[in-house]
Ligand binder design. Structure first.
Ligand code: PEP
Ligand code: MN
Length: 373
């Protein structure tokens, strides 16, 4: 069956966004730990009118067994107490049919599908089937791996089960080099998913992208400048003592300060002359880089020809190790980040091996053609 997102009939905006202050701010702890922790956090959050939704994870998907895996069903009651006392809407993560049933029974306002669930179509389908015929907003986090189609597929499964009040949450991707983030934001994906799912509100979860407090503001700002409709930010009355994701949670007060510092203008396009000059310089340097890459490819080809003529292997481990060591030493002296330089040379080396493999293959083709004559 072909799947075309342009056929999706999605609500233009989730109910979350209607009439609320923009951007929509969802805040609350990574995990529900106790009624007291939930209420204290919520009471402090309620003082800030920009926060309209209270989040808390009840069932926690942990990477390794034996860690805190969520407080379970009792946390749903605490969410309801928060709602009664503060008027905040409530949101929690669901990963299977029984989570959905329990969350709906408890009257939770908004559900979200976590990154480790979006990655698995069977789980998403189970959640979608459990939601059939129900009118509840569902937010879908991107899958752990940078696969936009999988993200979109989850949205489609929910939509095909009749859920129209949908939203996306960008929480970053696990990539070979996430530094300095916990999960790489790959900002271009915001544009891509927007084009594939037009009209679906997009939230950013700076907490799981950053993994640490000091990056939250920069990440949030970048997301808002790219037009994010809202933010989901982990907030805890005592972050350092949090049972999960302690290093990335903010106090409600720190959250309020950060929201005040943010520029909420999504059309923020830098226009000053100095920036234009710097961009011209970058354009020039990039052209030089490309010229050098072209020249380097040509040398790789000649090396391939030499190796073919002399029966040498393409990959010479000693040479590669020595080369990496030298390049990293020079890069260190220049003050360049080691991981970055390593990644650049890995890519260059891959390309060079590809070129040399082609040279070898064309050589063996010539050889076999001449043998068959
Ligand atoms: C969470 O929101 O606490 C969570 C588990 O996030 P993610 O699914 O993005 O890892
Ligand atoms: Mn978390």
């Amino acid at each position: 069956m072909s799947s075309n997102t342009s056929t999706l009939k999605l609500a233009a905006k989730t109910k979350l966004l209607n009439g609320g202050p923009l951007p929509t701010v969802i805040a609350g702890p990574c995990s529900a730990e106790s009624e007291e922790q939930m209420l204290q956090t919520a009471r402090e959050l309620q003082k800030d009118s920009r926060v309209t939704v209270f989040r808390a994870g009840i069932w926690k998907p942990r990477t390794r067994p034996g860690m805190f895996e969520g407080i379970g069903t009792v946390g749903l009651e605490w969410l309801n107490t928060v709602k009664k006392e503060t008027g905040l809407l409530t949101a929690t993560e669901v990963a299977n049919a029984s989570h959905v049933e329990e969350a709906l029974k408890a009257g939770i306002d908004i559900l979200w599908v976590g990154a480790r669930t979006t990655v698995n179509p069977f789980s998403v389908q189970e959640v979608a089937d459990a939601l059939r015929g129900v009118d509840v907003p569902v937010l879908v986090k991107n899958p752990v791996n940078p696969d936009i189609q999988l993200w979109l597929g989850a949205l489609e499964r929910l939509n095909q089960a009749g859920i129209t009040d949908l939203g996306l949450i960008h929480r970053g991707f696990s990539t070979p080099n996430n530094k300095p983030y916990r999960n790489h934001p790959k900002w271009e994906t915001i544009q891509q998913i927007r084009a594939l799912a037009p009209g679906v509100p997009l939230f950013c979860d700076p907490s799981h992208i950053a993994g640490r407090r000091d990056l939250l503001e920069t990440v949030s700002q970048q997301a808002l400048h790219l037009g994010a409709d809202g933010l989901m930010i982990e907030t805890h009355c005592n972050p350092d003592k949090a049972w999960s994701d302690a290093s990335q949670q903010l106090t409600p007060e720190a959250l309020a300060n950060m929201l005040t510092a943010l520029d909420l203008d999504s059309e923020h396009v830098a226009s000053n002359e100095q920036l234009q000059d710097l961009r011209n310089l970058i354009d020039k340097l990039d052209t030089e880089l490309l010229n050098i890459l072209f020249l380097r490819s040509d040398v790789s080809k000649r090396i391939g020809e030499y190796k073919r003529a002399n029966g040498l292997d393409i990959f010479q481990a000693g040479r590669w190790n020595q080369m990496v060591e030298n390049r990293l030493k020079t890069a260190n002296e220049m003050g360049l980040q080691e991981g970055f330089v390593q990644a650049v040379f890995d890519a260059i080396h891959q390309q060079s091996m590809g070129i040399q493999n082609e040279v070898m293959a064309s050589g063996s083709k010539v050889e076999s053609e001449s043998q068959s004559k």
